[in-house]
Design a binder for this molecule. Sequence first.
Ligand code: ADP
Ligand code: MG
Length: 545
Amino acid sequence: MSTTETKEFQTEIRQLLDIVINSLYTDREIFLRELVSNASDAMEKVRFQQLSGQDILAKDIPLEIQITTNEDEHTLTITDAGIGMTKDELTENLGTIAHSGSKAFIQNLAESGDKKDMNLIGQFGVGFYSAFMAAEKVTLYTRSYRPEAKSYIWESEGKGSYTIEETDPLTRGTRLVLHLKKDAEEFAKPETVKRIIKQYSSFVPYPVSVNGEKVNTVQALWTKNKNEISDEDYNEFYKFIANAYDGPRFRLHFSSDAPININALLFVPHDNIEKFGFGRMDAGVNLYCKKVLIQEQAKDILPEWLRFVRGVVDSEELPLNISRETMQDSALVAKLNKVVTTRFLKYLEEQAKNEPEKYKEFWDEFGIFLKEGAANDFTHRTELMKLLRFESSKTEADKIMSLSDYVGRMKEGQEAIYYVNGPSREVIEAGPYLEVFRNKDYEVIYTRDAIDDYVLNTIGEFEGKKLISADQADLNLTEENQTENKTGLEGEELKSFNEWLKGILGTKVTEVRESKRLVDSPAIMLSPFGSHSMQRMMQLVNHNL
Ligand code: ADP
Ligand code: MG
């Protein structure tokens, strides 16, 4: 009845498919998790359309996921009653890359060793293509929810191109048929498929059946009572919503009625994937109203610097028909954001107090985000400053302290909090900057990243004490350190020595002068404008302008 169009996959997808088809991998079965999660997402979307009053096709068919296996034909079929896809959506969604980190992810996969770890694939918006780990050919039948939508068959062997062809009217949703590879025939066995679904997809919010037998219990975990939920349930739920394969570091489950109705279940993942150079993470909290998904990966529900948090926020007070555009300006969403963020920061503070070791591990992995928040987000700065951690001249190596710890042990007469930057503890301690402080027994914070100095400089003060970089030229330490045996130069001699040195150093320095802060070292380099590392940051910024 119509012609078949052949189209090329985008270069990056071709590259990804090449890897998927030609590599060995650990955990091949995760492809099923990805496809079931797509089916579930598609139904969340249709439910949302339905509740916001849209006219939709076949509005009475049940929202469920049907999986069928056929051992004779070596096929595995996944059917959903979801949102389906139009022809344009097919090429857009299954042919090009939308996600910012996917390119880096694919690059990284390409460069990794013989055995590829595909587990992260879902987090990078390319989960669909994992189907080709098990299938030599994928045939997808789909019809969009829009009443006048046409039906299409999309098909590919994952070798660079795919075809799209119009077909006779189907029912709403998507049916995905995997023609299994010879070595993947286990996935045509119902027992195998049931086991995998139970393992990875028990929290899909819709019934999932395998050859007609229902395999999951549907529940919105966050609306249940805490004491009815086991750690195991929480972990499995987390793995489901975060596409993760390991458990979370922290979880916070809370509900409140005032000032706004909220049910929230939030998780901190084990790893900070931005650290691997995969680019910026997308927001990871889904917004619900009475168990109905309003927005996936809602950007406005938490501040940007909490983008590593995964989870669910449900509020009965949200109007169902809130659109993504109005979301941004919604006073309600801003209120939710404030309440959830404040509660989450309070939770972190409790963790820091009650579980300092766990908190340190968290800090090592995710501290960078809290620094970003402390520097940029004025609303939560006070709470965030309490969560910052550093090494110092009074901690052991690799032990951390807070700014409150510092203030608590400040010496009499000490007016400010001092910090100094260096690449390592050893380098900092061997340098001349600490001498004057050592002499006075003042604690000095060791900052290791350029961003640390930027943060401390921006914060400016903590509990009324100024934060001062120890390599600043005018430290104003009350009585400056007078070295007793003055055998040095004086008067005219000193002046001409300084002039001679300035002559040699030229424009590399603005001034050469006698130091009153040194005890053992012969000379020290100081910065007229904030700390050296601040200066380096400024140079970088100016350079990029
Ligand atoms: P992600 O799910 O992270 O967006 P995927 O590679 O898994 O990435 O899927 C890509 C896109 O393809 C989805 O965003 C969705 O638009 C579309 N899609 C995949 N499976 C389905 C389905 N069963 N029904 C409707 N759309 C789908
Ligand atoms: Mg997906």
